[in-house]
Design a protein around this ligand. Structure first.
Ligand code: SF4
Length: 274
């Protein structure tokens, strides 16, 4: 699938690329929140998602009502949400972040108290890099694919490849983060593995990234867990892409009012990130 794409990247890279390409129709082979983000940033373009069932379970952990309640409970807090949220939640945020910039975004906010969601593991990563008080909403938000990568998986992988550097995603559980040599977003992993002196790496993230790492970097890459597969991301097929292009549907659309508020929160992050 990655081989037929015009652009391969993480959610933010894809949304940015979507703004830059000269095409009226975009086919987004990611999960729902990514396609929504592309549509929010490119309201004049038609965004298609080949399989509407490609829903990110992490994004659905946080609904607007839960977030509204947290805001009422902590009126002095600002809200920073991971880009892996649905548009309705984004519309209630002060700023969006990605796994590549979450600590920097949180530290750039003016409040000392930050409502952060929906990933409790990313919240752990941020809290270790911030003096601010982080209130995690909801309490149990996580990515099932990353959360299942265990310390036992890591120990077994290290035993198989003792000379490999361990690079994991901040959506992994705290114990795995603590035993990693480097923690980074997917784009951060690519950069780090290119620049590192090491020739072999154990990668703790969704295994689809290994294809890109192996293609772009002439080094050795092994998954920490070969079971780290996100079924939602694998729902799109070549046939579904063809059908979406022929029929120009299913179209991803976000109501104007929600899109406008969500866009403000995303654009605030983009300004901070310059
Ligand atoms: S890997 Fe996790 S965060 Fe990414 S789309 Fe799948 S469930 Fe969502």
């Amino acid at each position: 699938m990655q081989e037929i794409a015009d652009f391969v990247g993480d959610s933010l890279e894809l949304a940015r690329a979507a703004s830059e390409v000269d095409a009226d129709v975009l086919v987004f082979c990611g999960v729902d929140f990514m396609a929504e983000t592309a549509s929010i940033l490119n309201p004049e373009k038609k965004v298609l998602i080949p399989d509407e069932g490609a829903r990110c379970p992490m994004a659905w952990f946080l609904d607007a009502k839960t977030l509204e309640n947290a805001k009422k409970e902590h009126p002095d807090a600002e809200v920073v949400l991971y880009v892996n949220t649905m548009a309705e939640a984004k519309a209630l945020a002060d700023c969006i972040c990605t796994s590549a910039n979450a600590p920097e975004v949180v530290n750039a906010m003016s409040s000392q108290k930050i409502i952060f969601g929906p990933d409790k593991n990313l919240a752990y990563f941020v809290q270790k890099r911030s003096e601010k008080e982080i209130i995690v909403v909801p309490e149990g938000g996580l990515c099932p694919t990353h959360h299942q990568i265990s310390l036992e998986d890591l120990s077994a992988a290290k035993a198989r490849h003792p000379n490999a550097e361990v690079v994991v995603h901040p959506e992994c559980i705290p114990e795995v983060q603590e035993h990693a040599d480097f923690i980074a977003s997917t784009s951060g992993m690519l950069r780090y593995c290119k620049e590192s002196q090491s020739q072999a790496f154990l990668i703790g993230t969704e295994i689809g990234l290994l294809h890109r790492l192996r293609k772009e970097i002439p080094k050795q890459f092994f998954p920490v867990s070969k079971h780290a597969v996100c079924p939602q991301m694998k729902m799109h097929t070549l046939r579904k892409i063809e059908a979406a292009l022929e029929r120009e549907k299913p179209v991803v659309s976000v109501p104007n009012e929600i899109a406008a508020k969500a866009r403000e929160a995303i654009e605030r992050m983009l300004k901070l990130n310059k």
